[in-house]
Write a protein that binds this ligand. Structure first.
Ligand code: DGI
Ligand code: FE
Ligand code: FE
Length: 184
């Protein structure tokens, strides 16, 4: 599948506003890749597909998690986390992506994890700061990203964790580990 075919298929999986977000993540991921010395083509590929499963019905995501032996622990945490590992599975099996690092960048774009690769960090950070994003602290993240990949991403995880605490929600352990890892 070439880039254009992939884009058409992804677009058909989501409402217009989510496609606009995806385009923002694509542009931002390319920019960050160029800035921090990563491959912009692979960064864009991961960005195109990162939210491919975002609008899948809960049951369908649950089914993939169970049947494809994705971490069952996910099912005890917020459903918002599920589209990332499910999206990675979709990228591999429905879009023919074979690059394991691109698949990991999709898989960990929401939760993060300890010891993220540069590509994973770039996709995760691009998702936080694409031009359409507007949440308290996003401007600080954008400012930090001018120079510091890790500090900008840390600010992103801090904002998510703060948000989850305020809502009284559980925090997925990989997010805590991702944050701790960035502080080390
Ligand atoms: O898919 P997007 O909306 O573009 O962004 P995302 O993939 O980063 O999803 C973020 C949502 O996931 C955000 O609203 C917070 C929610 N979430 C719920 N539990 C957790 C979590 N995010 C992280 N990182 N860790 C959690 O434990
Ligand atoms: Fe996402
Ligand atoms: Fe996203």
């Amino acid at each position: 599948m070439n880039r254009e075919q992939m884009i058409d298929k992804v677009k058909a999986e989501m409402p217009e506003r989510r496609w606009l977000h995806t385009q923002g993540v694509m542009d931002t991921a390319i920019l960050l890749a160029e800035r921090f010395g990563e491959d912009p083509i692979r960064a864009e590929l991961a960005a195109i597909l990162h939210d491919v499963a975002k609008y899948w019905p809960t049951e369908r995501m649950q089914q993939v998690i169970r049947e494809q032996s994705l971490p069952a622990e996910l099912l005890f945490y917020d459903k918002e986390l599920w589209h990332a590992p499910v999206g990675s599975w979709v990228a591999e099996h429905e879009y023919g992506v074979t690059d394991a690092e691109v698949l990991d960048a999709i898989r960990y774009h929401t939760s993060g994890r300890r010891g993220m690769s540069k590509l994973e960090k770039i996709v995760c950070l691009a998702d936080y700061m694409e031009p359409g994003r507007d949440f308290p602290g996003v401007d600080i993240i954008r400012e930090l990203s001018e120079q510091f990949l890790d500090k900008a991403l840390l600010a992103g995880f801090n904002s998510t964790i703060t948000f989850l605490l305020a809502k009284g929600k559980r925090i997925f352990p990989l997010t805590v580990e991702a944050r701790n890892g960035l502080l080390e």
